[in-house]
Design a protein around this ligand. Structure first.
Ligand code: GLN
Ligand code: ZN
Length: 759
C-alpha cells in the first residue's frame, strides 16, 4: 500500500524510549551527582553514552525514523519549562548552574520547595507541574534538543526531536495566580516553539514530534480552538521541519478532526488503548495528504503483539492517508528495556513477552509487512497462539468461584449496625489515633530482608529479626499512646510486590525497571494468569503483633485496584474480571486475619484515582468494577470487624462518590497539605462514616508541632463529629526516620488527648 523508500516520510518509528539505562545507569549517575560523588561532566557523559547506545541500537534495527530528546535528566515536561526559560523565579534566583537550577526545580532546595509532581495521565510516571502566571514569558534559553541533534548527527543519524507540544504543556501547568488559566499564554509560548523549529531546521532536522496526549481526555471547545491555533501558527513558519503530532493514551475525540484539518504533515494515533479508534481515523477524510503513524504496538504493556491483528488494524487505514507507517501506541518509557535480560522467568511466559527492545523489533517487522515485504511472522504468530491456547492460565477453581458469586457477597449490613457492633467490640475513645501501616524501614530491617532474599539469612533467623522489629514497633506505639496499632510492615519491600510474590498468577522480573519519576524506578510484577492465594500472606505477622498487646492491631493489605494499577496486567480479558480474581484472593486473606483475632483490617487503595479513565464517559463503568472489587474483598467479615481503607493523592474530586461507595468503615486520606479541604468535599458528597484526614505530612522531613496538629484536628472537627473522626498521618512512615516520626506521633496523640479533654 505504501511506496517503499518514498522520500521525506517518517516510516516506522517508536514515539519514545526508556532513558534510565538498561542497568539503571542514569539513576546511579544522578544519585551520585546529587550526593556530590560525581561531577557534572561525569553525569553528562553518562547521559551521552546512554543516548548513543539507544540511537545506534534503534538504527541497527532498521527503524525509519529515530527519536531524540526522549532522554531527560529528570522529566520531559520540566525539560520544556527549562528549555523556554519558564522556571519560577524561586529557582532561577538561586544563582546556580543551569543543570542545578533544573534539579532545584525538580527536587527542591531548603528555601525553594520543588515544583509539584503529579501523575502523567493514567500512567504510573510522574511529571513536574510547570507553574505559570500572567507574567510568564518564554524564550529559547536551553540548547538540549539542538545539542542532541548534533550528537546524533555525529553518529550519522538525523534524529526526530520529540517534545511535549505547546497546548499539552500549558494544559498540564498550574496557575501561580488565582483565576488565571495557563492556556491564556499560548500566544506568548508559540513564538518560542517557532524559534526552536527554525533552529532545528537549520541543523538539518527533517521531522519534529510534538506530543499532545492532553487530547486523549475530554477537552472544551476553547481548548480545541487552542489546538487549532497552535498548529496553524507553528506550521506557518516556512523554515521548519515537518511536524508530527502524537496524540496517545486513547482516542482523540474531536481533536482528531482538528489535527486532521491542521497543516501538519503527520499524525500519530494510539490504536491499542481503544481499538475502536481505528474506525474514527479511517472515517476521517481530512488526513488524505498526511502520514499516519499507526500505533499498533502497545507502548505500555509487556505482551507480544499479535501481528495479524496489528496489521489488520493498520491496513484499515489504507486510503485514509498519503502513507501509513507502523509505530508504538505511546512512548516506550513505560516498559522495561529488554526481556532477554531476564533469567528467572518461566521460559514459556518469557516467550509471550516483549519489552522495549522486542517492541522495536516488532515495529520494524510489522512495518515491512505493511509495505508488502515477505517477512516471517511465524514466530510471533506461534507465541501469540501459544499464549492464547495456554490452559494453564485458567484456574477452574477460580472461575467456578467467580461464577458462583452473588450480589450478597459484596454487601455488608447497614453502617449503623456495623458501627454499633464495632464500637462495642473495640471500645475506642473519640478521636481515635492510628497510623497508616508502615514504620520507618531502618538499615537493619532492609539488610535483614536483603540477606534473606540472597539466601544468606535462614528462614528462622529472618523470622526472628522481623519479630524483634515488630515487637519494638508495638512497644513504641503503646508508649506513644496510639489507640489502634500496626505491626509496621518491616517484611514488605513494596506494597504490591509483597503480595504479587505470594499470589498465583503473578511473576516477578529481575531487571524490569520502569521510571516512576526522576531517578526513582519501580519493577511492576506481571499478572499473567488466573489469580488465587495458595497460603495466607500476612496472618503470621499480624497474629504475632496482636499477641503482644491488648490494644487492637490493624491488619494491613493492598486492595485489588492498586495491585492492578502497579502491575503489568494480562490483556486477554477485561480489567474488571481480573480485579474480581484479585479481590477474591484478598477476601481470603481478610477472612484469615479475622479468624486470627484481628479486629481492624485496612485495605489500601492509593491507586483508585490513578486508574480513572481519561474520558468522563468511561468513569461509571470503571467505578462499577473498581468499587465492586473492593467490596468483594472486604464484605466477608462480621459486623464487628472494622474495615479501613487508605488513599493518598491530593485531587479527590471525581473519585469522591467512589470513595463513599467503597463503604469502608473508616477511610484515611491525605489532607495535611491541603489543610483539610478534602473533608468539606467528602461531607458535602454525603460521606458519613469514619474518616481520618492526615494531620502529619509525611512527604516532608518537617515535624509538625502540637499546636499545628491540634489546629488541623480542630478544622476537621468542624466537618466531622469526634466519634467518627480519626487522627492519623497522611500515609505510611516507611520513608521517614525515627528522629522525625517519634516526636510527630507524640504531637499527634497529644493533640487528640487535648481535644478529648484528657489531662
Ligand atoms: N500501608 C501502606 C504503608 O503504610 C500504605 C502505603 C501507601 O498508601 N502508599 O506504607
Ligand atoms: Zn498512602
Amino acid at each position: 500500500m505504501n511506496t517503499p523508500g518514498t522520500l521525506n516520510t517518517l516510516g516506522t518509528t517508536v514515539l519514545g524510549h526508556p532513558r534510565i539505562g538498561p542497568d539503571r545507569e542514569l539513576k546511579r549517575a544522578l544519585e551520585a551527582y546529587w550526593a556530590g560523588k560525581v561531577t557534572e561532566t561525569g553525569l553528562l557523559e553518562t547521559g551521552r553514552r546512554l543516548r548513543e547506545r539507544t540511537w545506534t541500537a534503534l538504527r541497527d534495527t532498521g527503524l525509519g525514523s529515530i527519536p531524540s530528546s526522549t532522554f531527560s535528566h529528570y522529566d520531559q515536561v520540566l525539560d520544556v519549562a527549562a528549555l523556554f526559560g519558564a522556571l519560577p523565579g524561586r529557582f532561577t534566583r538561586l544563582g546556580l548552574s543551569p543543570l542545578d537550577t533544573y534539579f532545584a526545580a525538580a527536587r527542591g532546595v531548603p528555601d525553594a520547595p520543588a515544583l509539584e509532581m503529579t501523575k502523567w495521565f493514567d500512567t504510573n510516571y510522574h511529571y513536574l507541574v510547570p507553574e505559570l502566571g500572567p507574567d510568564s514569558r518564554f524564550t529559547l534559553t536551553g540548547t538540549a534538543p539542538l545539542d542532541e541533534v548534533r550528537e546524533a548527527k555525529a553518529l550519522g543519524i538525523t534524529p526526530r526531536p520529540v517534545l511535549v507540544g505547546p497546548v499539552t504543556f500549558l494544559l498540564l501547568a498550574k496557575a501561580d495566580t488565582p483565576g488565571f488559566e495557563p492556556i491564556e499564554l499560548l500566544d506568548e509560548l508559540l513564538p518560542a516553539y517557532v524559534e526552536l523549529l527554525r533552529r532545528l531546521r537549520a541543523e538539518g532536522v527533517e521531522w519534529v514530534q510534538l506530543d499532545e496526549p492532553a487530547f486523549a481526555a475530554d477537552r472544551s471547545t476553547a481548548e480545541l480552538n487552542a489546538l487549532t491555533r497552535a498548529y496553524h501558527v507553528l506550521a506557518k513558519e516556512t523554515e521548519r521541519p515537518k511536524l508530527l503530532v502524537a496524540g496517545y493514551f486513547g482516542k482523540l475525540g474531536r481533536a482528531l478532526g482538528v489535527l486532521a484539518r491542521s497543516p501538519i504533515e503527520a499524525l500519530a494515533v494510539d490504536l491499542v488503548t481503544d481499538e475502536s479508534f481505528v474506525d474514527d481515523v479511517a472515517a476521517e477524510g481530512a488526513l488524505r495528504d498526511k502520514e499516519i503513524l499507526a500505533g499498533v504496538v502497545d507502548g505500555r504493556n509487556v505482551w507480544r503483539t499479535d501481528p495479524d491483528r496489528a496489521l489488520a488494524c493498520a491496513r484499515r487505514l489504507a486510503g485514509t492517508a498519503a502513507r501509513v507507517s507502523v509505530s508504538t501506541s505511546c512512548s516506550l518509557l513505560h516498559v522495561p528495556y529488554d526481556v532477554t535480560a531476564e533469567t528467572r522467568l518461566e521460559p514459556r511466559l518469557q516467550s509471550w513477552l516483549a519489552f522495549a527492545r522486542q517492541k522495536v523489533d516488532e515495529v520494524v517487522l510489522l512495518g515491512r509487512a505493511l509495505d508488502g515485504e515477505d517477512v516471517d511472522l511465524a514466530p510471533a504468530r506461534a507465541a501469540v497462539a501459544d499464549r492464547a491456547g495456554a490452559t494453564e492460565l485458567t484456574d477452574p477453581a477460580v472461575r467456578g468461584r467467580l461464577a458462583g458469586l452473588t450480589e450478597a457477597d459484596a454487601v455488608r449490613p447497614p453502617y449503623a449496625q456495623r458501627a454499633a457492633a464495632q464500637s462495642a467490640a473495640l471500645d475506642l475513645p473519640d478521636l481515635p489515633t492510628t497510623t497508616i501501616g508502615s514504620f520507618p524501614q531502618t538499615g537493619d530491617v532492609r539488610r535483614a530482608r536483603a540477606a534473606h532474599r540472597a539466601g544468606k539469612l535462614g528462614a528462622e533467623e529472618y523470622r526472628g529479626a522481623m519479630r524483634a522489629e515488630i515487637e519494638r514497633v508495638v512497644r513504641l506505639q503503646e508508649d506513644l499512646g496510639l489507640d489502634v496499632l500496626v505491626h509496621g510492615e518491616p517484611e514488605r519491600n513494596d506494597m504490591v510486590q509483597y503480595f504479587a510474590e505470594q499470589l498465583a498468577g503473578f511473576a516477578a522480573t529481575e531487571h524490569g525497571w520502569v521510571q516512576s519519576y526522576g531517578s526513582r524506578c519501580v519493577r511492576p510484577p506481571i499478572l499473567f494468569g488466573d489469580v488465587s492465594r495458595p497460603e495466607p500472606m500476612t496472618v503470621e505477622w499480624a497474629r504475632y503483633a496482636q499477641s503482644l498487646t491488648s490494644r487492637p492491631v490493624k491488619g494491613m493489605l493492598t486492595g485489588p485496584v492498586t495491585i492492578l494499577a502497579w502491575s503489568f496486567v494480562r490483556d486477554d480479558q477485561p480489567l474488571g474480571d481480573t480485579a474480581r480474581q484479585v479481590a477474591l484472593a484478598i477476601r481470603d486473606e481478610v477472612a484469615d486475619l479475622e479468624a486470627a483475632g484481628i479486629r481492624v483490617i485496612q485495605v489500601d487503595e492509593p491507586a483508585l484515582r490513578e486508574l480513572l479513565p481519561l474520558r468522563t464517559a468511561a468513569h461509571d463503568a470503571y467505578f462499577a468494577w473498581a468499587v465492586h472489587a473492593f467490596r468483594l474483598a472486604t464484605s466477608g467479615v462480621e459486623d464487628r470487624t472494622q474495615i479501613h481503607t487508605h488513599m493518598c493523592y491530593s485531587e479527590f474530586g471525581e473519585v469522591l462518590p467512589a470513595i463513599d461507595a467503597l463503604e469502608a468503615d473508616v477511610t484515611s486520606i491525605e489532607a495535611a497539605r491541603s489543610k483539610m479541604e478534602v473533608l468539606a468535599d467528602l461531607t458535602s458528597a454525603g460521606f458519613a462514616r469514619g474518616v481520618g484526614p492526615g494531620v502529619y505530612d509525611i512527604h516532608s522531613p518537617r515535624v509538625p508541632d502540637s499546636g499545628e496538629v491540634t489546629g488541623l484536628v480542630r478544622t476537621a472537627l468542624a466537618a466531622v463529629p469526634a466519634d467518627r473522626l480519626w487522627v492519623n498521618p497522611d500515609c505510611g512512615l516507611k520513608t521517614r526516620g525515627y528522629a522525625e516520626v517519634e516526636p510527630a506521633l507524640r504531637h499527634l496523640v497529644g493533640a487528640a488527648r487535648q481535644l478529648r479533654g484528657e489531662p
